[in-house]
Design a protein. Structure first.
Lengths: 109, 114
């Protein structure tokens, strides 16, 4: 079983829709949870991070962590074509950073 | 230049060639990393350097040889690669290697091995 599972997609939604991206994990030692965004021909950039269960909001983005279910989500409200990218979940304990496979998202104008 | 830069951006090489990838960070960071990104696979950590010292080698074949002459520069020397080594090679840096240290990534080198 992979430590981190993420549906690779691709996922296509119309502009303005709410997008839900998800990851599950098996290692309960993970303490720090992140979402990276990777545009085509670019490296990943950190989008959001959290280290506790619950929700964290930043503009149109909400990161959600449920440690009891070992499940994290990223919600994008009022999605824009500029949100089209690959979204990678990542988790860390101590110094070890583990990534999901990434979900390729396309927002259709 | 700002952030993390990588050269070349694209590289095509034969299995008998020797080439090097270069990474430079302009962020004053002390830790640098090499990752391999293949289609439909998670990023695979290859090597970690802290203050120029290698602190992690994630069972990487010896045909990949890293070099870190100082905290700002990282190289990946390649020789006798295999077609399955074709991938995007990403360099990253962070202030430290602890739990809350954000890693900043370069744009990557797209490597094709013929």
């Amino acid at each position: 079983q992979k430590e981190v599972e993420q549906d690779p997609g691709p996922l296509s939604v119309p502009e303005g829709a709410i997008v839900s991206l998800n990851c599950t994990y098996s290692n309960s030692a993970f303490q720090y949870f992140m979402w990276y965004r990777q545009y085509s021909r670019k490296g990943p950039e950190l989008l959001m991070y959290t280290y506790s269960s619950g929700n964290k909001e930043d503009g149109r983005f909400t990161a959600q962590v449920d440690k009891s279910s070992k499940y994290i989500s990223l919600f994008i409200r009022d999605s824009q074509p500029s949100d089209s990218a690959t979204y990678l979940c990542a988790m860390k304990y101590n110094e070890k950073l583990t990534f999901g496979t990434g979900t390729r998202l396309t927002i259709i104008p | 230049e700002t952030g993390v830069t990588q050269t070349p951006r694209h590289l095509v090489m034969g299995m008998t060639n020797k080439k090097s990838l270069k990474c430079e960070q302009h962020l004053g960071h002390n830790a640098m990393y090499w990752y391999k990104q293949s289609a439909k696979k998670p990023l695979e950590l290859m090597f970690v350097y802290n203050f120029k010292e290698q602190t992690e080698n994630n069972s990487v074949p010896s045909r990949f040889s890293p070099e870190c002459p100082n905290s700002s520069h990282l190289f990946l020397h390649l020789h006798t690669l295999q077609p399955e080594d074709s991938a995007l090679y990403l360099c990253a840096s962070s202030l430290g290697s602890g739990l809350y240290n954000e890693q900043f990534f370069g744009p990557g080198t797209r490597l094709t091995v013929l």
